[in-house]
Ligand binder design. Structure first.
Ligand code: G6P
Length: 614
């Protein structure tokens, strides 16, 4: 979703802004633009309807915008179609005040009407443009003080926003504002960077300051201050981001998605590193230490998440119920707060989000907090909103995930949930032996995952064979139900000419079977586990209706070859850990299907990596 970058310092701004935007491309966008203050204090801007490379071309054509202060933006359309006129930054009537915005202004219609009545001329269909006109209005009214004008404008606007603002009449500063949408300041040597997330600027600096909600930073070349919306100055401490430049490069892979799938064994390793005490059968989760006692008391866990992260939650439900004996519910971030969730002091709400910025998940979390729940989180992004708003949590530590479809972070979420099952289980009835056993098996997973990746070519061939089909079913049961969901969403996200649905194996006969014929292949996740026989029944029923069968089965199962058209084997592990292996071929399958169909697998159409609006 929209990305913001800004630069103020001793160097030319345009190349930095362009580079930063390239790093934010992964968030998903349809148009882009930038605005730079030149040495005569004129603001020049270039916008394009399309990719950053187009913006780069335009920049070259127009003799690069000169100047050392500027802001830039990648837009993911919400109000108004993707077009040059709707691309950011947006200016006021006099092209004095320029704004780049991430988020949604909910009351923009009323504000726009009022401003139009007052004579303001709008040039775009966006909600953002009201911000520049509002600031213009107050700038003129209050004797031309930009900071004051921004504050007055903020009093009028409702919604979520991260803003970067520059003005011709105060050409020595950038104002950055945060309410709801993430924004950070990077601290360089006599230069400052602004960005929606650290990946945009880690090539320049690793020292960052995370703005909190309702904070505004006034950044000049020689220093900056952060004030609350109440104008009280805040002291901010910088943090060093753990990400490095190598992690945001493709390192020989054609696509980030492939690179990140091949990092899955490493992701498992990084997620368990230092977190197991094998001899005691314990999981050591430092981020939960502060709430250890509270966790002993909880008698219910609600997992809230969106998209792929929610499917990790579905697997977590089975793990935690079986091994910790705590009832677990999984809800979509977008639904949770619109029902009447029953929560008391013994309920913990666990948010799972790779980015830690998903607006729906955060909204659910805040509702849970309001109702008195203990709030926990699993996220990959240190310093993200989720990590700062939850009482305690666990980081994935898998490095930046750039491809829109979440792969290595998903594997890590599953791994952390298995650790959590040990952690909560050992606080309750789980025996030392069981704790040890799960720990031992977890430690074997990175090598087993590597083994699956060696079947890369076979999965590629499979994708070739099946790429002509337009619809797919994904079926799984129990621990692998969430994986069937994940397999289906990945296929339709990444190979976006294909429709895919998932069902619990046992539900097949209650409806979906009506659709089965030779044109609808089904992918069955059928490891040798406690529901194996039941899954075989579903396969037989499908086969009897001429449905094609692809099976993900446990090594050594030769029987399955007799009923499945194609089989991909995964090594044997504990039943609760099979999802961590069974999902790997599905990730590869969707990536190769996408490539077969000519899809942009890193940036699938219409999708955004980090969905920061509700
Ligand atoms: C978007 C992405 C999905 C992702 C979901 C949750 O919808 O397109 O791939 O699973 O957000 O993201 P999160 O950062 O909260 O895990």
């Amino acid at each position: 979703m929209c990305g913001i970058a800004g630069y103020i310092g001793k160097n030319e701004a345009a190349p930095v802004l362009l580079e930063s935007l390239k790093k934010l491309e992964y968030r998903g966008y349809d148009s882009a633009g930038l605005a730079v203050i030149d040495k005569n204090n004129k603001i020049n801007s270039i916008k394009v309807n399309g990719r950053i490379n187009l913006l780069e071309k335009e920049l070259r054509k127009n003799d690069p915008l000169k100047g050392s202060i500027g802001i830039s933006h990648t837009r993911w359309a919400t109000h108004g179609e993707p077009s040059k006129k709707n691309a950011h930054p947006h200016s006021d009537c006099e092209e004095n005040i320029w704004v780049a915005h991430n988020g949604i202004i909910e009351n923009y219609k009323i504000l726009k009407e009022q401003l139009e009545k007052e004579g303001h001329q709008f040039k775009s269909d966006t909600d953002t443009e009201v911000i520049s006109h509002l600031i213009e209005k107050y700038f003129k009214k209050n004797g031309q003080n930009l900071e004051k004008a921004v504050r007055q404008a903020l009093e009028k606007i409702e919604g979520a926003y991260g803003l970067a603002i520059i003005a011709r009449d105060e050409p020595d500063k950038i104002i950055a504002v945060r309410k709801g949408s993430p924004l950070i300041i990077g601290l360089g040597q006599d230069e400052y960077f602004i960005a929606s997330d650290p990946s945009a600027i880690i090539g320049y600096t690793k020292q960052v300051i995370y703005l909190d909600d309702e904070e505004m930073a006034i950044i000049k070349k020689d220093g900056f201050k952060v004030v609350g919306f109440d104008n009280i100055e805040k002291e901010k401490i910088s943090q060093e981001t753990e990400w490095d430049v190598k992690q945001i490069q493709k390192s020989g892979f054609s696509h980030f998605m492939l690179k990140e799938i091949f990092e899955e064994p490493e992701a498992i390793k990084n997620s368990i590193r230092g977190r197991l005490i094998p001899e005691d059968g314990l999981a050591k989760l430092g981020g939960l230490e502060s709430v250890t006692e509270k966790l002993k008391e909880i008698n219910r866990l609600i997992i809230v998440a969106c998209g792929t992260a929610r499917y990790a939650g579905l697997v977590g439900e089975y793990m935690i119920e079986e091994y910790a004996g705590i009832p677990v519910e999984v809800d979509m971030g977008s639904e949770f707060r619109y029902r009447k969730p029953i929560i008391d002091k013994k309920t913990a709400v666990l948010a799972i989000s790779q980015s830690g910025e998903t607006a729906d998940t955060l909204a659910a979390l805040r509702e849970a907090k309001r109702k008195g729940a203990l709030t926990l989180g699993i996220t990959n992004v240190v310093g993200s909103t989720q990590s700062r708003e939850t009482e305690a949590g666990v980081y994935n530590h898998v490095g930046p995930e750039i491809a829109v479809g979440s792969t290595k972070a998903f594997i890590s979420q599953l791994t952390v949930l298995a650790l959590l099952a040990i952690y909560l289980g050992r606080q309750r009835e789980m025996s030392l032996i069981t704790g040890r056993r799960i720990g031992q098996e977890l430690q074997k997973l990175p090598d087993l995952a590597e083994k699956i990746l060696k079947q890369d070519q076979q999965i590629k061939n499979l994708a070739k064979k099946y790429s002509k089909f337009k619809n797919f079913f994904f079926l799984g049961r129990k621990y692998n139900l969430g994986i069937a969901e994940e397999g289906a969403i990945k296929l339709k996200e990444i190979a976006y000419y294909i429709h895919a649905e998932s069902y619990p194996g046992g539900e097949m006969k209650h409806g979906p079977i009506a659709l089965i014929d030779e044109n609808l292949p089904s992918l069955f996740i059928v490891p040798s586990d406690s529901v194996y026989e039941k899954m075989i029944n579903a396969i037989e029923e499908t086969k009897a209706r001429k449905g094609k069968i692809i099976a993900i089965a446990t090594e050594g199962n030769e029987e399955i070859k007799k009923i499945a058209d194609d089989v991909i084997y995964i090594p044997k592990t504990l039943e609760m850990l099979t999802p961590i292996l069974s999902v790997i071929p599905l990730h590869l399958f969707s990536a190769y299907m996408g490539l077969e169909l000519g899809c942009d697998i890193d940036k699938p159409r219409n999708l955004a990596k980090s969905v920061t609006v509700e």
